[in-house]
Design a protein around this ligand. Structure first.
Ligand SMILES: [Zn+2]
Length: 112
């Protein structure tokens, strides 16, 4: 969900906006005073949460259907969870592997 968080430089209030159209991003104004003078706050937290919730809802004992991998965000997720279950912490290396998988270069030796 493309939710962006802003802080108004004029009235210092914070608010979030759901932006479905990327063109709207440059047109965002303060919800309270209509000032266009805004600071965009980091929204990576909510993105992170999304992956976390995907990870926790993922059951590694079940077979994934073909449709599962049509969503590229699911690629590497299973491997990541499996590693976690095995107590393997690859840290940034894991993200590197996942990234490779998402760009079509999944390495089977890491997932099986
Ligand atoms: Zn304001």
């Amino acid at each position: 969900m493309p939710i962006y968080e802003y802080r108004c430089k004029k009235c210092k209030k914070e608010f979030s906006r759901l932006l479905l159209n990327p063109k709207e991003i440059s047109e965002v104004k303060c919800r309270f005073c209509s000032s266009p003078n805004l600071t965009k706050l980091l929204s990576s937290f909510s993105l992170h949460q999304t992956e976390e919730s995907r990870l926790s809802s993922l059951d590694t004992s079940k077979t994934r259907g073909d449709n599962y991998y049509k969503d590229s965000r699911n690629i590497g997720l299973w491997a990541k969870k499996r590693m976690r279950e095995l107590g393997v912490d690859l840290g940034s290396k894991m993200d590197e592997i996942v990234e490779k998988g998402r760009t079509g270069k999944i390495l089977n030796e890491y997932t099986e």
